[in-house]
Design a protein around this ligand. Structure first.
Ligand code: 5AD
Ligand code: SF4
Length: 437
């Protein structure tokens, strides 16, 4: 039987889909990307904002419109499954609902569905980390390794602690083993994943303790040819030890994703983030001083409950100060069951939320353009990752700082997976253009 997985949302969902694909393949199912061929369609869903959920419902309507010329089993996996549980079974095309901790049961759940038995499987399993499963990686150049699942922070707006449960850190030895396997296979880049990677902690059976800096140190010593990235970092507990490990190893990329959320201390407090704006700025300054080439990207939410213009101005000021390489900005979206949904009023009109978001986007656009212009005539090492979307004759890759580079003269000898030196000749706010030297 053929299965197709459609993945929405974050990198953690991408890996989960690879884990599900590995489980199903091992049990005799075959993966397809053709919806007409698929006997089983799995949606691995995201719940972080309302828009992400609406995309799922639109896709379900599309699957329904394909008609029933063929029996198709439809399963909902991931965060929407965990949040909405059996209520999703009210949609007549849905056969089962499976939360992030129950993917091992999928082969038997599919067998039940073949007997027309609907089911919902959303119990948390505090020990499940899928450590022993080798994901079905989707390319041979770069891979994600999850090092922890879930989150203990309980930011007041965020659904993640409820859909993915508390933070579960993966056994350090299983991470090392997966990394060594990727190294043997010749992978060029590994991104370590966790909601807050720098809060990783593990105590082995012999009592040895590991924090995230220890883990990075071990991995970067295993294979110095592999670029190491990690996302996301929490702006608290980003230790000097961790900064020093990044400095120590050339193969740890000069890029950090450090979600800010707001530049206003009053809003940060309401969000239950455990830092204030000056602590955040000090951390950014320390990182930039110690690792001068380090690029820092961030996430910002606009229009959180009670956000006034003065709060927004503080966010804008902080963006000026920190000069991020990239900002992912989101309009606040109420998530049922969270602290802010229960106790705070979503009282910023959508128009104001949108205007503030646009102001942030415009400011970041001008900062990125200015900073990218400074890259012109400079040399960068680029890992070639694929063909440029706009011009398939050209290749693209990324710098250590996570800047996207389109390579003009890359036809011929350059292959996907090569590290090459590129001199930058031009740029937009989002992309650098250059030639291999
Ligand atoms: N509304 C808007 N954005 C949100 N995020 C998380 N929850 C919400 C929400 N309820 C954003 C945060 C987080 C990113 C992954 O998604 O900025 O860092
Ligand atoms: Fe959500 Fe906050 Fe945890 Fe990030 S740190 S997943 S925003 S609760």
């Amino acid at each position: 039987m053929f299965f197709l997985i459609k993945t929405f949302g974050c990198q953690m969902n991408i890996v989960d889909s690879q884990i599900v694909a590995a489980i199903l393949t091992k049990n005799g199912f075959s993966e397809t990307s053709d919806i007409n061929e698929a006997d089983i369609i799995l949606f691995n869903t995201c719940s972080v904002r309302d828009k992400a959920e609406q995309t799922l419902f639109k896709t379900l309507r599309y699957v329904k419109s394909l008609g029933n010329s063929k029996r198709r089993i439809v399963g909902i996996l991931g965060c929407v499954a965990q949040r909405m549980k059996s209520s999703l079974l009210e949609n007549d095309i849905v056969d089962f609902v499976v939360g992030p901790d129950s993917y091992r049961k999928l082969p038997s759940i599919i067998n039940e569905a073949l007997k027309d038995l609907k089911g919902s499987y959303t119990d948390f399993d505090y020990l499940e980390s899928y450590s022993d499963i080798v994901p079905k990686y989707n390319n041979e150049i770069s891979a994600y390794i999850p090092i922890s699942r879930g989150c203990d922070n309980i930011c007041s707006y965020c659904i993640v602690p409820y859909t993915r449960g508390p933070q579960k850190d993966r056994d350090v030895n299983s991470i090392i083993k997966e990394f060594e396997n990727l190294s043997k296979k010749g992978y060029k880049e590994v991104t370590l994943l966790g909601e807050n990677v720098n809060l990783y902690k593990y105590k082995s059976e012999n009592g040895q303790k590991y924090d995230f800096a220890d883990l990075l140190d071990i991995l970067s010593n295993i294979d110095s040819r592999i670029r190491l990235r990690f996302i996301s970092s929490y702006p608290k507990n980003f230790t000097d030890k961790l900064i020093n490990i990044i400095v120590k190893h050339d193969n740890i990329c000069n890029h950090l994703h450090l979600p800010l959320q707001s530049g206003s201390d009053r809003i940060l407090k309401l969000m239950n983030r455990h830092y204030d704006s000056s602590e955040y700025v000090s951390l950014v300054e320390k990182i930039k001083k110690t690792i001068p080439k380090c690029e820092i990207s961030t996430d910002i939410i606009t229009g959180f409950c009670s956000e006034e213009d003065i709060d927004h101005r503080k966010t804008m000021e902080l963006i000026h100060q920190c000069r991020f390489s990239q900002i992912f900005s989101f309009i606040y979206s109420v998530r049922e069951g969270t602290y802010s949904a229960k106790f705070l009023e979503d009282n910023v009109p959508l128009e104001i939320k949108t205007n503030r978001l646009n102001e942030i986007v415009d400011l970041q656009h001008s900062i990125s353009l200015e900073d990218n212009k400074k890259c012109i005539n400079k040399l960068f090492e680029v890992l070639v990752e694929g063909h440029s979307k706009k011009d398939s004759n050209k290749l693209f890759g990324r710098t250590s700082g996570n800047k996207v580079v389109v390579i003009g003269n890359s036809t011929g000898s350059v292959k996907i997976g090569d590290f090459i030196n590129v001199i930058i000749t031009d740029c937009t706010s989002a992309t650098l253009f250059g030639n291999k030297i």
